[in-house]
Design a protein around this ligand. Structure first.
Ligand code: NAD
Ligand code: MG
Length: 396
């Protein structure tokens, strides 16, 4: 009998977390759900524990933990319930865990990602913000800990699938990469009317059902901006080696343009289960449960350059990448605050990029050292405070 891979899913109640469980459900002989975590949706997590009977689960507060314990005991479920941010780190680095799916949204996922990296886990990274906040520290932790870092973001998984297995050869192979983007729900909307956009309109993505934060990021194209920074670290590229191409059908998930001008692409239906299955099984391929691509029913594949007026966030990301260490951390914090304020109805859609640009201007390169997790979190907190102030000034 083969030994099952023990998987810890951080952010198991979210869109990526649930898709991960859908893939695992197809392969009970290969994977064991060892630990599940969630932040607020305790009822959802309790239901997942009843279904999957993991050894551990983690929630945010002690109160949530005791509510969940009582429910699970009544149902005869023996899952041990932990709570608080340290619990996430403990589970991510638990000696019996083989693989960690990092599917928390935002900078909150950084500490458990670092813990998994330092403990040498197979680390499947959906939580792109972790790399945007702490790319250098993160990549060093992966190397020092001997972890295997597998991209889950569909564009980065596509690039990864187009590259040779020997990472040392990547630099000689890649001229540049083309990160594809659907262009989001406002690709063709008159930029003059963007200030009227509501949270529900911004969350209606043309091809994917995702968490609300990443949905807003897709509408502003800050998602692609964060992915540019993510790609810089995952594939060790210079900013000029990362280009963005709008491709509304999302059939090509990204491309590598090689030194000899050959272009390699990965294609499929837009479904996160494909990159998740590859993260779980690579270098092997397993059933993902995604719909198959039928070329005879594809109308056509379109491409266009992003419009910098419509999507100013993309330019901000390139500027931050070229700026002092810490700039991308501040950019991420400002984006998280601005998206939260937009979703709560405190600011309008077009104010999101103004909060980001205003935060970077206000900090004016004074980011402080970025050598440890504490340094990164200190800047994150400082940038959030500045952004909150800007949100207050911009209030509708
Ligand atoms: P989501 O909002 O659906 O789920 C987020 C999960 O993280 C939930 O389980 C929530 O409980 C947990 N969480 C939220 N805040 C937390 C905190 N402070 N501490 C601990 N846990 C917390 O998000 P999602 O759409 O699944 O996205 C997750 C990550 O994957 C994001 O970084 C996103 O950018 C990335 N991603 C998502 C998709 C997608 O299709 N949804 C695709 C590519 C990349
Ligand atoms: Mg993506």
């Amino acid at each position: 009998m083969t030994v099952r891979q023990r998987v810890c899913i951080l952010g198991s109640t979210g869109s990526v977390g649930r898709s991960t469980l859908d893939v695992i459900a197809l392969h009970p002989q290969r994977f064991e759900v060892f630990a599940l975590t969630a932040h607020h949706r305790v009822d959802d997590l309790a239901a997942l524990c009843e279904r999957w009977q993991p050894r551990f689960a983690a929630v945010d507060t002690a109160e949530q933990a005791s509510v969940m314990r009582a429910r699970l005991v009544r149902g005869g479920v023996r899952t041990e319930i932990l709570h608080g941010p340290r619990a996430l780190e403990e589970l991510a680095a638990h000696p019996e865990v083989d693989s960690v799916m990092a599917a928390i949204v935002g900078a909150a996922g950084l500490a458990p990602c670092l813990a998994a990296a330092r403990a040498g886990k197979r680390l499947m990274l959906a939580n792109k913000e972790a790399l945007v906040v702490g790319g250098e520290l993160f990549m060093r932790a992966v190397q020092d800990g001997g972890a295997t870092l597998l991209p889950i973001d569909s564009e980065h998984s596509a690039i990864f699938q187009c590259l040779p297995p020997d990472r040392a050869a990547w630099g000689r192979h890649i001229d540049h990469i083309l990160l594809t983007s659907s262009g989001g729900p406002f690709r063709t909307r008159d930029p003059q009317t963007l200030h009227d956009v509501t949270p529900d309109m911004a969350c209606a993505h043309p091809n994917f059902v995702m968490g609300r934060k990443i949905s807003v990021d897709s509408a502003t194209m800050m998602n692609k901006a964060l992915e540019v920074i993510e790609a810089r670290w995952l594939f060790d590229l210079a900013p000029e080696q990362v280009q963005v191409l709008i491709h509304p059908q999302q059939i090509i998930h990204s491309m590598v343009v090689c030194r000899d001008h050959s272009v390699l692409a990965q294609l499929g239906t837009p479904d996160m289960k494909v990159p998740i299955a590859y993260g779980l099984s690579c270098p092997e391929r397993i059933e993902s449960g995604a719909t198959r691509l039928d070329f005879t029913r594809l109308g056509g594949l379109d491409f266009e350059a992003p419009n910098p007026q419509r999507f100013p966030g993309l330019g901000l990301a390139f500027e931050a990448l070229r700026g002092a260490p810490g700039a991308t951390n501040a950019l991420n914090a400002a984006n998280e605050v601005a998206v939260g304020a937009f979703l709560d109805g405190r600011i309008g859609f077009t104010a999101i990029h103004r909060v980001i640009a205003g935060t970077l201007d206000a900090l004016n390169g004074r980011f402080g050292p970025q050598a440890s997790l504490d340094d990164l979190l200190a800047l994150d907190a400082r940038a959030r405070a500045v952004s909150e102030q800007l949100v207050g000034n911009l209030k509708r």
